[in-house]
Design a protein around this ligand. Structure first.
Ligand code: HMG
Ligand code: MG
Length: 298
């Protein structure tokens, strides 16, 4: 049987917007996060403390974290590739820091400029500091289903990085389809290996929808008991280091699926639809969420 309830982590303000060419002002990001907070998310990925030369759109992360209206109990997460990022996240009062590695050597080099082994060594300091400060620690594993640079990613490589993230003390580990190439049986094969290394209730599915497979992959993951999913309002997104990859699966579409399956999320779909229309209007394009557009047209 499928889980009775799931946690949806809204990643639009970070993963969704990081690749936008036009600067999205901190005020707009703040308004988006505030709307998402009022929709009832327990966890919103709001910032990335990364090099502004690498990802210019995230340069306003500290301003956004300072300006948002925080709801008690909601986890506002920030990406932290190294100690410099961690210090910034600490100053910005992030509730959770995210170390992000990859199951693909080639992608690790392109995205964070080091090998997988070097990244784990770099994360050790961040992990230790997070524990000392009592901040939640999440590990994200890119290209767990395929890589834009090396193609196939071995199942053993995914299992190995999951084990390393576990040993670093991660509270949660994301299995990410960065370029959206997975299909359901493949999804289950990868997730089974992840479950072999970490608590099933601490694993999350982070699916991009490049090939239109993300909802099917979420369903396949639900069948294995995975109960945390990442999604992006209006289907925003695309990774700067994964050419051609489109956004995360749209949050509205995931919520519609969960409602239909009778799975609790605690999130108000109508408020999310409004938030999706708000940010899409700002960006000057139609929302990528099928459910969002259908509901908005009613
Ligand atoms: P590097 O060049 O090897 O770092 O980059 P470095 O330590 O040699 O430092 C070089 C310069 O960067 C220095 O500045 C540092 O101060 C600065 P300079 O002296 O030249 O003026 N710097 C920083 N500035 C701000 N914040 C920091 C920071 N660290 C160094 N934390 C680094 C290594 C990791 C920093 C770089 O490669 C980087 O920032 N990469 C960002 C990659 C990124 O954000 N990618 C997108 C997010 S991952 C993703 O989207 C996937 C995910 O969604 C899951 C999925 O779908 O797969 C999570
Ligand atoms: Mg992503």
């Amino acid at each position: 049987s499928l889980p009775k309830q799931v946690k949806i982590v809204e990643v639009g303000p970070r993963d969704g917007l990081q690749n936008e060419k036009e600067n999205v002002p901190a005020e707009v990001k703040t308004e988006l996060v505030n709307r998402l907070t009022s929709a009832g998310f327990q966890n919103i990925e709001a910032a990335a403390f990364v090099s502004p030369k690498w990802v210019p759109q995230m340069a306003t992360s500290a301003d956004v974290m300072a300006a948002i209206t925080r709801k008690p109990g909601v986890i506002y997460s920030a990406l932290t590739p190294n100690m410099q990022g961690f210090e910034a996240a600490l100053a910005a009062r992030a509730d959770e820091v995210v170390i992000f590695g990859s199951a693909s050597e080639a992608f690790s080099q392109k995205n964070i400029n080091c090998s997988i082994a070097e990244s784990i060594a770099r994360f050790e300091g961040v992990a230790r500091a997070a524990k000392e400060k009592g901040i939640r620690l999440r590990g994200s594993i890119s290209c767990a289903f395929g890589c834009p640079y090396q193609g196939e990613v071995p199942l053993d490589a995914v299992a190995d990085v999951v084990a390393r993230m576990r040993d670093l003390g991660c509270d949660e580990i994301d299995i990410a389809d960065t370029i959206g190439v997975a299909t359901p049986r493949k999804t289950q094969a990868v997730m089974e290996r992840a479950i072999g290394q970490f608590r099933v209730d601490g694993l999350s599915g982070h699916f991009h929808d490049t090939y239109g497979q993300a909802l099917a992959n979420i369903y396949a993951s639900l069948e294995l008991g995975i109960s945390i999913y990442h999604s992006s309002v209006a289907g925003l997104g695309g990774c700067p280091y994964a050419k051609g990859a489109t956004g995360n699966i749209a949050t509205e579409d995931v919520l519609y699926l969960m409602q239909g399956l009778g799975i609790e999320t605690g999130i108000d779909l109508d408020i999310v639809v409004d938030a999706g229309q708000y940010i899409s209007q700002f960006l000057g394009r139609k929302s990528a969420s099928r459910a969002g557009n259908a509901i908005a047209a009613k």
